[in-house]
Design a protein around this ligand. Structure first.
Ligand SMILES: [Zn+2]
Length: 467
């Protein structure tokens, strides 16, 4: 059987397995045509990658970047300067008003009715957006619950109490993002459930996969029709201890002291830069990440890693002189952590332009070794990307599946963009997520760079082949 025939047979089986709308004749050839592109991107990244250097620069020069803070403004300037230094096109700021919550310096969550009379302090931090307490603090007996529903059922028994939400992230779920998604309602909505039943404060077990003394902060949502109560997260170790104490003692009384508060909104910005397309410049492939971070550390994994990867992806393409047919744009969004104002502002202006966003790829799951991409679309959308999977094997990112893209690019879905999320290994992310340990030294430079190479390759393939 001649090679031409073999190829034909090979082609026919490939064609049969691909969804109907995929280009029929060239898929294997274009796959091969991009092999050298994939190899050169990977080689350039692993040999002389700059993702880690950019991350060190961002976390070192801007530090913690909570929306409205001086660190966030330093980050905006850093991002603009970095885009210009990498010779990106049309570098500009998109102004956006953002909330300005400040943590203050006072945080106490102490058990006061101890045998010795000396209060036992727990490792705690205010939840983002929480109100403060009176100077003397807010105190009450603690009631432990495992869900919002259980809190609601307390009724009058909760009057004047402090409600302790202590349902851990499920350790039996391999996908830690799923475990987070199933537990975080306690952090986000616990204050409303508690306020509704007359409680005076909330303690939440940290959303973490590790048992240690690190409290993990994060956003909460108040309801203006319900009395606002102060809220803290305590470390998982303290949560286990408090829970054990509640079993062994008739009552546990806790005092919370916080001086956090919300100041008026301030002006900030999304930072945008791109490589203009050579043929279809009005068609855009967006690489997104959020520039803001929580303030307990420097947001190295969340989401400095995503910012460095998106910038590095474009630096790699420029360095390799891979000029895309369509425009590949980096958008570093402001205010993902506590309001999504940046993402909303960017999506709201899409219709004012003559541009067509065909895809948006977000990295906001940490700088760990890439495993692949989740596509927020139909099976056919996944299949269209998966036909390139073999090109990502050497990066370890060949898994294409249906799933979540990301909070910042999500709003672009309704504007016709296929939204995609970079999926790294997830086993360590929630050890650092929103905690004081989310620092540069906990990011592995090679893992970070591999994520950037995968984003660069996917953006380039979509820019050349379309969707
Ligand atoms: Zn994030």
């Amino acid at each position: 059987m001649g090679s031409a025939l073999v190829i034909l047979i090979g082609l026919s089986t490939v064609i049969a397995s691909l969804p109907a709308q995929t280009p029929t004749t060239t898929a294997p050839l274009s796959l091969e045509r991009y092999r050298s592109v994939a190899d050169s991107i990977l080689h350039a990244g692993l040999f002389s990658g700059k993702a880690a250097a950019m991350l060190a620069d961002l976390t070192g020069s801007a530090g913690a970047r909570l929306s409205g803070s001086p660190g966030a403004e330093r980050a905006v300037e850093w991002a603009r300067a970095t885009m210009r230094a990498n010779d990106l096109d049309n570098v500009h700021l998109q102004s956006v008003m953002v909330p300005h919550w400040v943590r203050g310096s006072q945080v106490e969550a102490a058990i006061t009715n101890t045998m010795t009379g000396d209060p036992i302090g727990m490792h705690a931090c205010a939840l983002g957006g929480s109100i403060g307490t009176p100077v003397a603090g807010t105190d009450g007996d603690v009631i432990e619950v495992k869900s919002l529903e259980e809190a609601a059922k307390l009724g009058a028994a909760a009057q004047g109490k402090i409600i302790f939400f202590n349902r851990p992230m499920d350790p039996t779920l391999t996908n830690t993002f799923e475990a987070y998604g199933r537990a975080v309602d306690q952090r986000v909505n616990g204050v409303v459930a508690a306020g509704r039943v007359g409680a005076v404060g909330v303690i939440v077990r940290s959303m973490s996969t590790s048992i240690d003394t690190l409290p993990h902060t994060g956003m909460l949502h108040y309801d203006d029709s319900v009395t606002k109560v102060p809220a803290v997260a305590i470390s998982t170790l303290d949560a286990d201890r408090l829970s054990a104490m509640l079993v062994s003692r008739p009552s546990v009384h806790v005092r919370l002291r916080l001086d956090c508060r919300t100041l008026p909104d301030v002006e900030s910005a999304n930072v945008i830069g791109e490589i203009e397309g050579s043929e279809k410049s009005n068609e855009v492939i967006l690489l997104g990440a959020h520039l803001d971070s929580w303030d307990l550390a420097t947001g190295a994994h969340d989401d400095g890693a995503g910012c460095a990867q998106a910038l590095e992806a474009l630096r790699l393409l420029k360095t390799l002189k891979l000029r895309p047919k369509r425009t590949i744009r980096v958008v570093l969004f402001m205010n993902e952590e506590n309001g999504l104002r940046g993402a909303t502002a960017y999506a709201s202006q899409v219709n004012d332009t003559k541009e067509k966003h065909i895809a948006a790829i977000e990295s906001d799951r940490g700088g760990f070794a890439p495993r692949g991409f989740e596509v927020e679309g139909e099976d056919a959308d996944v299949a269209r990307l998966a036909r390139w999977a073999r090109l990502f094997e050497t990066m370890g990112a060949e898994r294409f599946s249906k799933g979540e893209s990301g909070a910042d690019v999500g709003p672009l879905k309704k504007h016709g963009a296929l939204t995609i999320g970079l999926i790294p290994e997830s086993q360590r992310y929630f050890d650092y997520h929103h905690a004081a340990s989310d620092t540069f030294n906990n990011v592995n430079p090679r893992e970070l760079e591999l994520g950037a190479t995968a984003m660069a390759l996917l953006a380039y393939l979509i820019s050349e082949e379309g969707l």
